[in-house]
Design a protein around this ligand. Structure first.
Ligand code: NAD
Length: 325
C-alpha cells in the first residue's frame, strides 16, 4: 500500500465512462498508473482507448466493488447521478450516497488509505434551491452556508460527511473535490454562449467552470498529496465563463451580496485557496484562451492562505496542519 505522498501505482476509477471519468482515466493512463475502470456502462470510453481493465458493475454492489479494488493503492470515486433531474429524488439520493459509502467502506476494508471523491459546488444547495437564493458571499468557498432543497445537492453534502466519517472511523484519507461545471475544454464554448445569453441563470455558481483536463489534473494531485485526513476542496478555472468583468457581473446580478475581496478582470468567483494550499493545484486551461495558459499568464495567482481557510478539514489528532509544515 502507498503512504500519503507516494504516487499510487494502481487506481480504481468509478464512473469511468462519464464526462469526468474519461478525462481522469486518460490522465492516469498517461501517468503510467494501472487503472481499473468501473462503471455501469463500460462501452466507448477512455478505457477502450487505453486498453485498461474494465469492470461493468454497479458501485452499490459491495462484492463487485471489493473485487475490483483488489490490489489497488487508491480509488477515485466519480460514479453518481449528476443532476436532480436525472432520476427521482429517491433514486438520485440513494444511488449517490449508497455508492460513496459502499466504495469508501470497501476501500478501507481492503486496506486502501487514499481516496478521491467527486463532490460538487452544489453541496451547499444554493444553486439548485428553488427559493432563488444567492450565495451568502463571494467568493464562494467551502464554508458557504448550506441551504439544501434537492436530492442531488443533499447527496453531495452527505457524501462529504461520509468521507469525514470514513476517515475518523477507518483511517482512510479522503479528498472530496467540489467540482463546478466540468466539460472537456473543446466543449466549453457552447456553455459560454449559453451563459452570455442568460447571465442571471448562473449567478449562484459565480459562472464557475473547470476544463475536464484540469479536473483530471486536480484528481492526480489529490492522489499524491501528503495530507492525511478528510478534506473538502473547492475548484474552479481561474476565470468565469463570461468575458464581462466579475465586479460588473456582481454589481448587476448580485448587488446585495457581500464581497470578501475585489476581483480583477473576469477572475473566478470561487475561492481556490484550499486547492492551492493542500494540492498545489492551479488550473491551466481557460475557455477564453482555449489553450494551456492560465498559469503562465498569471491569472491563477495564489490567494493569501489563512489557517481559517482549512478549518473544516478533518485531520488526525496531533497532526500539524499542512500549511504550517
Ligand atoms: N460534470 C460536471 O459538470 C460535474 C459538476 C459537479 C460535480 N460532478 C460530479 O462528478 C462526478 C462525475 O460526473 P460526470 O459529469 O462525469 O457524470 P456522468 O453522468 O457523465 O458520469 C457518471 C458515470 O457514473 C456512472 N454511474 C452512476 N451511478 C452508477 C452506479 N450506481 N454504478 C455504476 N456506475 C454508475 C454512470 O454510468 C456514468 O458513466 C459525479 O459524482 C458528479 O456528481 C460533475
Amino acid at each position: 500500500m502507498t503512504a500519503p505522498g507516494d504516487s499510487p501505482r494502481s487506481v480504481v476509477v468509478t464512473g469511468s465512462n462519464g464526462t469526468v471519468g474519461v478525462a481522469v482515466v486518460g490522465r492516469l493512463a498517461a501517468e503510467k498508473v494501472t487503472v481499473t475502470a468501473l462503471d455501469a456502462q463500460v462501452t466507448a470510453s477512455a478505457a477502450d482507448t487505453y486498453g485498461i481493465r474494465q469492470v461493468a458493475a454497479d458501485v452499490t454492489d459491495e462484492a463487485a466493488v471489493t473485487a475490483a479494488l483488489h490490489g489497488a493503492d487508491a480509488v477515485v470515486h466519480l460514479a453518481a447521478i449528476p443532476h436532480p433531474t436525472l432520476g427521482s429524488a429517491r433514486q438520485v439520493f440513494t444511488n449517490n450516497t449508497n455508492a460513496t459509502f459502499t466504495v469508501l467502506a470497501a476501500a478501507a476494508a481492503a486496506g486502501i488509505r487514499r481516496a478521491v471523491i467527486a463532490s460538487s459546488i452544489n453541496a451547499s444547495g444554493v444553486n439548485l434551491n428553488p427559493g432563488l437564493l444567492l450565495p451568502a458571499y463571494f467568493p464562494i468557498d467551502e464554508n458557504l452556508p448550506a441551504d439544501i432543497a434537492d436530492a442531488y445537492s443533499l447527496s453531495k453534502a452527505v457524501d462529504e460527511m461520509t468521507a469525514a466519517m470514513a476517515f475518523r472511523a477507518w483511517g482512510i484519507n479522503v479528498i472530496a473535490l467540489r467540482l463546478p461545471l466540468v466539460r472537456p475544454l473543446a466543449a466549453l464554448p457552447e456553455f459560454v454562449t449559453q451563459a452570455a445569453a442568460n447571465p442571471a441563470e448562473m449567478v449562484r455558481t459565480g459562472w464557475a467552470y473547470l476544463a475536464a483536463e484540469d479536473a483530471a489534473a486536480a484528481v492526480w494531485a489529490a492522489l499524491r498529496v501528503p495530507v492525511p485526513g478528510s478534506h473538502v476542496i473547492g475548484l474552479s478555472a481561474a476565470d468565469t465563463l463570461l468575458a464581462t468583468p466579475s465586479e460588473e457581473l456582481l454589481d448587476r446580478y448580485a448587488p446585495g451580496v457581500p464581497r470578501r475581496r475585489r476581483f480583477a478582470g473576469n477572475g473566478a468567483l470561487v475561492a481556490t485557496t484550499r486547492a492551492q494550499a493542500l494540492l498545489s493545484f492551479y488550473p491551466r486551461y481557460s475557455v477564453h484562451e482555449m489553450s494551456e495558459n492560465a498559469a503562465e499568464t498569471g491569472r491563477s495567482r495564489p490567494e493569501p492562505v489563512s489557517p481559517e481557510a482549512l478549518q473544516q478539514s478533518v485531520r488526525p489528532m496531533n497532526t500539524t496542519p499542512p500549511e504550517l509544515l
